[in-house]
Ligand binder design. Structure first.
Ligand code: DX5
Ligand code: ZN
Length: 230
């Protein structure tokens, strides 16, 4: 199985010092930066766009940036994120009129493409577009906000998608997003995930101002992952 990747969601970072926050989690051993884009239309919240992605690149962030689009429509904004330095761009199938076209657009723009499934969204579209996906992201909360609790049915869904990916022989990451913490990450890995988004679980950990808190929490997650079956 692919190496485990820890992806802090900057939604829970201190936006007044975002560059520093991203530097700190990466220095603490995080692998990729999870970047939540919300439009107050597809989801009832409003966050950040391509300008902020570009600013992180200009700041010197070289780690992969994993752009999770919770926007509708999708296609108009894809080239902007590619230009801004996105590595992955994932979107919700409900938000695109032409899923196959959007996946191709993302790859044509030079990024890795992925689909995101809400807790109640069926996986059936994967029957037709698995070969156009570099990542499948399963939401373990309803999208829109950080700090919600992990929905346990995501574990069965993870097992299902893990089987699909393995049977396909394709190189596709299986990411999980929502309510991931040090105390459930092992269980989530055992169900088949290899990429772990955590917002409040990382940025909300410990006492703000403690320079070692991200090292401690990421080390704790790594220990839990190392001890997990999967
Ligand atoms: C929710 C976002 C998540 C969010 C996760 O719509 O997609 O990435 O930041 O936050 P936690 O880890 O706090 O559940
Ligand atoms: Zn996300």
């Amino acid at each position: 199985m692919a190496a485990d990747l820890i992806a802090p969601s900057i939604l829970s970072a201190d936006f007044a010092k975002l560059g520093e926050e991203v530097d700190s989690v990466l220095a603490a051993g995080a692998d990729i930066v999870h970047f939540d884009v919300m439009d107050n239309h597809y989801v009832p919240n409003l966050t950040i766009g391509p300008l902020v992605c570009e600013a992180l690149r200009k700041h010197g962030v070289t780690a992969p940036i994993d752009v999770h689009l919770m926007v509708k429509p999708v296609d108009r904004i894809v080239p902007d994120f590619a230009k801004a330095g996105a590595t992955y761009i994932t979107f919700h199938p409900e938000a695109s009129e032409h899923i196959d076209r959007t996946l191709q657009l993302i790859r044509n723009e030079g990024c890795k493409a992925g689909l995101v499934f809400n807790p109640a969204t069926p996986l059936s579209v994967l029957d037709y577009v698995l070969d156009k996906c570099d990542m499948i992201l399963l939401m373990s909360v309803n999208p829109g906000f950080g700090g919600q609790s992990f929905i346990p049915s995501a574990l069965d869904k993870l097992r299902q998608v893990r089987k699909l990916i393995d049977a396909s022989g394709l190189d596709i990451r299986l990411e999980v997003d929502g309510g991931v913490k040090a105390d459930n990450i092992a269980q989530i890995k055992a169900a088949g995930a290899d990429t772990f988004v955590s917002g409040s679980g990382i940025f909300g950990y410990g006492k703000a101002g403690d320079p070692n808190r991200y090292d401690s929490i990421i080390a704790e997650m790594r220990r839990a992952l190392a001890g997990a079956g999967g």
